[in-house]
Ligand binder design. Sequence first.
Ligand SMILES: O=P(O)(O)OC[C@H]1O[C@H](OP(=O)(O)OP(=O)(O)O)[C@H](O)[C@@H]1O
Ligand code: HPA
Ligand SMILES: [Mg+2]
Length: 187
Amino acid sequence: MSLDAHIERVLWTKFQISKRVTELASQITSDFSSPSPPPLLVGVATGAFLFLADLVRQIQLPISVDFIRAESYGSGTESSGAPRISLDLKLDVKDKHVILVEDIVDTGNTLSCLIKHLEAKGASSVSVCTFLDKPARRKVHFELLGDGKYYQGFECPDYFVVGYGMDFAELYRNLPYVGVLKPEYYN
Ligand SMILES: O=P(O)(O)OC[C@H]1O[C@H](OP(=O)(O)OP(=O)(O)O)[C@H](O)[C@@H]1O
Ligand code: HPA
Ligand SMILES: [Mg+2]
């Protein structure tokens, strides 16, 4: 049986994803071109790994890349409400323009925690580039730092989605598209 048989509904195909990622990369290229110093893109592990890899290869600027890890979902579908930074940056963000790259913004807990963390480390601006934004579940308001910008690939309907980096209980990140699991696989 193929992995696709676990999926009840595909929300975005790999072709739709690829087209949107190209658009985001060209918007970032244009917004962060000279005279701005090139930005530092920080992927939020683990979920952002595919989006980050696709995005950075299309940005036409000499950017830097780093990772940070914040976990709040464990093996379920509900946020713990208290993300834990379990891997910190390697690079110094002081006076840097940082773009946080996320797979999904859901309750907003993770971003709120990470933006405060980067502010405390002295970043001069924090932008966010998220592949998906699920506004129906927002619980925490977050503010970008400095003249930070907000980029979003697609607005996500109120489903717990998997694929293109996103997991359920650490599974399904490898799907090249985004979908919703059949109910029997959420148990
Ligand atoms: O807006 P929120 O409700 O905070 O949800 C968004 C965050 O939740 C997921 O991370 P998770 O904690 O599952 O870690 P993972 O990336 O390793 O899957 C996702 O990758 C985002 O980082
Ligand atoms: O819908 C989701 N899917 C996977 N991980 C997530 N983390 C927050 N929301 C989601
Ligand atoms: Mg997760």
